[in-house]
Design a protein. Sequence first.
Length: 94
Amino acid sequence: MKEEILGNLNQLSGKGDIRTLHLTIGEIPSPPAAAAAKTPADALLYPLPARDRAMIRDSLSALQDPELREILERVMTGEVGRRRQREKRKAPGR
């Protein structure tokens, strides 16, 4: 179903920019209703500059499904944050 999901995501975004999808099998517990309005944990672990947050928002702006947009925002925030942390560790003179 991976190709079908990719096709649907690209159709929803209208751009065709999504080229790959990584899936993991497992149970994800539903968060409490109040937790949905909180800042994602990844944002606290990996604070992003305004430029990165704007890029993520712009990338997801075409998605109509709010639940999918929220999930992808959390995933992208965590991934970009981890990359920024790796860049800091690898940067010479730091």
